[in-house]
Each structure stands twice: as C-alpha cells, then as structure tokens.
Ligand binder design. Structure first.
Ligand SMILES: [Fe+2]
Ligand SMILES: [Fe+2]
Length: 301
C-alpha cells in the first residue's frame, strides 16, 4: 500500500512527465494531418488544450511535492524545450501555452518540511481521475488514427509505427495512473518488464530518427542506424526462453540510453540552429530526448 506522501509524489512526478508527452503527441498529430482532415486536426487541438489545463493544475499541486531528482532529470523540460516550442508555434501555427515551461522551472522540490495533507491527497486523486477520463478518449482517438492509417483510409505524415508507438505510451501512462489510484505498492526499482518496454521505446526512437533524417545527413544516419542495431541486440537480450523477461547482466541499457540521449540532444540543437536537416520539428527531437531522460532516471533509481 502506498503511503499518502508516495501517492502524491509519484502521481505528480508522473503527471508532469506524461501530460507534456501527451500534449506533444496531440501537437504532432495535429501537425501531421493533411488539409482535408480539418475535423481530426481540431480534435487533436482540443486534446492539446485539455492536456495543457491538466498540466497547469499539476504544476500548482507539484510545488514542494516532487523530488529534486525528478526536477533535475530533464524529463519535464530540457534546455531546448522552450525554443523548440517557440519554433513549433512559428512554423505550424499551432498555439502552445509556453508559460507552462516557466511555471515548471519554478517548481520547488520536496523537503523534509513538506506536509502531505489529506486535502492534497484528495486533490491529486481527483486530478488523476480527470486525466484517466481524458486518456480514455485520447486512446480511442489515437486508435482510430492508427486503424485508419494501417487500412489505408488515412494518410498522415507520421509513420504508422510512430502512431502505434504513441498509443503504447498512452497505455503505459494509464497503467501507471490506474495502479497509483489503487495505491498499489510502488516498485522502487524498475521491473524487468518496464525496463524492456522502455528499451523497446528507445529502439523505436533510433529507427524513427534514422528514417526521418535528410538523405544528405549520412554521418547522423549511420549513427542512428548503429543505435537501431544496438538496441535490437539489447532488447533481444531481455528475452529468455519460456516467455520470461529478465534483465541482462551489465549496464548496456543505461550506457547506450545515455549515448542515444546525446545523439538526440545533438539533433535537437542542430534543428533549432538550422545545422541538421530532417523531416522533424525541433519539438519532436526534444520530446524523444525527454523520454530518454525519463528512462535514465528510472534506471538510476
Ligand atoms: Fe512520445
Ligand atoms: Fe517515444
């Protein structure tokens, strides 16, 4: 059973990370829809607005309630996120509430003097419930897009594999929030299944980056290709006969996720400074970077 303190902290840390991830997904989808799909684009925009409102509520509740490690991990925002959002607004005309970054940078960490009140627990629980309701709708929306694209009834500029990937991330967020709402015992260390899940996300990222780089970016393409092969080997190493997932010996997952995060940071900076050519908005590269930072923190717990 989770203590009140753990429930509040874990809920808010997860919400700070995942709500921004979901908001980004809504932006990527809105930006990827062709002109005739205006209704779907408007729907994506409404999801973005609702995630922004929930993120704003989370930020207020998070003050003095989340760990210093989470605030410093880079998973809530990176040194590039603010500029990446500015450029995304400029080039896509999609409105983004950029105050949320500034408000997130001002969150004070949990201290020994922080008090977890019953009222706060109630507020966080209601917030989680609102998020779960919205996530249910967002998962239906993403599933519809995925099904339509895979059956060739819709063409977006997102890979079908990316639509599947963002759906998996949404399901993972729902799983986490559902178990938090049940006050299930926290796993202080990452489970083998979760580690495998995240290593797989990193593999997907390496492949997506490889596929989105401009054909002239040979050096970066080769780097992304090397990471794709490396993470294929890493994910395979978790699979043992008999359907069990076992964490392999050594620290290849952590070392290579850190290395991959450096490539993602390099590409994000390059896109912002117009030094890297790719079919990616800077916010997409920054998003992949935040997900790597999140995984790194989970591995270092
Ligand atoms: Fe994502
Ligand atoms: Fe991802």
């Amino acid at each position: 059973m989770l203590s009140r303190e753990e429930f509040i902290r874990l809920s808010l840390e997860n919400n700070l990370f995942w709500l921004r991830i979901m908001k980004d997904h809504a932006i990527f989808i809105e930006n990827a829809l062709p002109a005739p799909e205006i209704r779907l684009a408007q729907e994506a925009d409404r999801f973005k607005q609702q995630f922004e409102q929930l993120l704003a509520s989370t930020i207020i509740l998070a003050n003095a309630s989340v760990s210093k490690e989470s605030l410093l991990s880079g998973e809530f925002y990176t040194r590039f996120t603010d500029e990446a959002e500015r450029l995304t607004m400029q080039f896509t005309d999609i409105d983004i509430n950029r105050n949320l970054i500034l408000q997130t940078t001002n969150i004070e960490p949990l201290t020994q003097y922080s008090v977890a009140t019953a009222a706060k627990e109630q507020d966080v629980s209601l917030l989680n419930q609102s998020i779960l309701t919205l996530m249910d709708q967002f998962i239906s929306f993403k599933t519809g897009l995925y099904n339509n694209q895979v059956s060739c009834w819709l063409i977006t500029s997102l890979y079908t594999a990316v639509l599947e990937h963002v759906l998996e991330e949404a399901r993972e967020y729902v799983t986490i929030l559902t178990s938090l709402q049940r006050r299930e015992t926290p796993q202080m260390t990452i489970s083998p299944e979760k580690e495998y899940f995240w290593a797989h996300l990193m593999l997907d990222h390496a492949k997506a980056i490889r596929g989105l780089l401009d054909p002239s970016e040979m050096a970066l393409f080769n780097e992304a290709d090397d990471f794709s092969k490396l993470f294929t080997a890493i994910t395979d190493s978790y699979l043992v006969p008999g359907d069990n997932i076992v964490v392999p010996a050594g620290d290849a997952t952590l070392t290579e996720t850190i290395a991959l995060s450096e490539l993602k940071a390099h590409i994000t900076r390059g896109l912002i400074e117009c030094k890297v050519k790719a079919l990616m908005i800077p916010l997409y590269a920054d998003h992949l970077l935040r997900e790597a930072y999140h995984f790194i923190r989970l591995l270092q717990y």
